[in-house]
Design a protein around this ligand. Structure first.
Ligand code: 13P
Length: 287
């Protein structure tokens, strides 16, 4: 059964480790992530961007697929199904469809509007026992065509949003989605520390988990980050393994590639990436 991310993140914050959010795009990715979490006895959050939701036919299909897998793969670790960077409308659609967690990304609204919309969604999520993530200070890079500049959040604004009763808060600390440029200044631990001091027990979320050096990840966890999002690194490992398989020319004479064999190396590559991240984040054995 899908669970809210609240309990797993409260435990992570107290235990000074982070739960990974791995974005899903199709059946293979989902299966790989779930099997790895089960094998490592780690809690996990499956992230679904609005674009990926559309690609997989819609949120109801995603919920059906994930619930079916939890049962048929015998998954016993806590799993949350979470909307990633949701719009206000997307958040409502996922609540209806049976997600167990949502992110409402109101970071591009003026703070008053972000507050008003977040407040409304917090009330709905509380009633349904769902978790909700809010964002302050936009995360840089491009995701689903939305480009942010990698701001550092204003700690006072973070407190204002945290006080609305959200479960977890994504505060921009110079992190960006996708690969980091050569001249990236690194994470702003000063901002993170200030946010953590004002928001207390609130689990903080680090987006853009791909390409952040290990020592920075560990320091971020020590300063209150309890959830780390990873997407690009899975994409890179999946694409690389699939390309190698195709280049090796393992198609069957007259029948083309066996579709299951074609996607198997990519699925294995995702398992390896997820394992590496869970070990780094310290969530292994915490289910
Ligand atoms: P990366 O694609 O940089 O790993 O970031 C993922 C993310 O933050 C999803 O919200």
């Amino acid at each position: 059964m899908l669970v809210s991310a609240k309990e797993m993140l409260t435990k992570a914050k107290a235990g000074k480790y982070a739960v990974g959010q791995f974005n899903i795009n199709n059946l293979e990715w989902t299966k790989s992530i779930l099997l790895t979490a089960e094998e490592l006895k780690s809690p996990v959050i499956l992230g679904v961007s609005e674009g990926a939701g559309k690609y997989m036919c819609g949120y109801k299909t995603v919920v059906g697929m994930v619930n079916g897998m939890l049962e048929e793969l015998g998954i016993t670790v806590p799993v949350a199904l979470h909307l990633d960077h949701g719009s206000y409308e997307g958040a409502k659609a996922c609540i209806e469809a049976g997600f167990s967690s949502i992110m409402f990304d109101g970071s591009h609204y003026p703070i008053e509007e972000n507050v008003a919309k977040t407040k409304e969604l917090v009330a709905i999520c509380n009633e349904k026992g769902m978790s909700i993530e809010a964002e302050v200070g936009s995360i840089g890079g491009e995701e689903d065509g939305v480009v942010g500049a990698g701001e550092c959040a204003d700690p006072e604004e973070c407190k204002m949003i945290a006080d609305l009763g959200v479960t977890m808060l994504a505060a921009g600390i110079g992190n960006i989605h996708g690969k980091y440029p050569e001249n990236w200044a690194g994470l702003s631990f000063e901002t993170l520390d200030a946010v953590q001091k004002l928001t207390g027990d609130m689990p903080l979320v680090l987006h853009g988990g791909t390409g952040i050096p290990e020592d920075m990840i560990k320091k971020a966890i020590s300063l209150g980050v309890s959830k780390i999002n990873v997407n690009t690194e899975c994409q890179l490992s999946f694409a690389d393994a699939t390309r190698k398989y195709i280049e090796a020319g393992k198609d069957q004479e007259g029948k083309g590639f066996d579709p299951r064999k074609l996607l198997a190396p990519g699925a294995d590559a995702i398992k390896a990436t997820v394992k590496e991240k869970m070990e780094l984040f310290g969530s292994v054995g915490k289910a």
